[in-house]
Write a protein that binds this ligand. Structure first.
Ligand code: ZN
Length: 137
């Protein structure tokens, strides 16, 4: 693990956290800088920088855990909705470079997460993008 990774230090117990869930692969904790009340982070225990670095078995296991914890958050706080957000790279808003998924309960008009505006794009450009992505499989 990188010596300066705050999430690795939390997983190792060197920095305290408010644990929500733990198993062999994951630790889920309360975000200490929450976007809303009930904001949870899911951390894989083995350091991985981002989605491209995450082992496929860990990637496959995170969504069922996110679903389970989302259910617990709904039951606990009765939000109107919930965002699952996962940022990769500084341009996407990643600030801690240890893969993590945010579970952010939402309430009507909380204004907590800004919705993006769609860019203008033609059907031909969309078709070209789909082809380009398919060609990189
Ligand atoms: Zn780490």
């Amino acid at each position: 693990m990188p010596n300066d990774c705050i999430f690795c230090k939390i997983i190792a117990g060197e920095i305290p956290s408010h644990k929500v869930y733990e198993d062999d692969l994951f630790l889920a904790i309360m975000d200490v800088f929450p976007t809303t009340c009930g904001h949870v982070l899911i951390l894989p225990k083995k350091h991985a920088q981002d989605i491209l670095d995450l082992p496929v078995d860990t990637a496959a296991a995170i969504l069922p855990l996110a679903q389970k914890l989302a259910g617990q958050i709904y039951a606990a706080f009765h939000p109107d909705g919930l965002n699952m957000i996962q940022n990769n790279g500084p341009a996407a808003g990643q600030s801690v470079f240890h893969y993590h998924m945010h579970l952010i309960p939402r309430w009507e008009s909380d204004g907590a997460v800004k919705q993006s505006k769609p860019i203008k794009i033609s059907p031909k450009e969309l078709a070209n993008m789909a082809t380009t992505i398919r060609n990189n499989s």
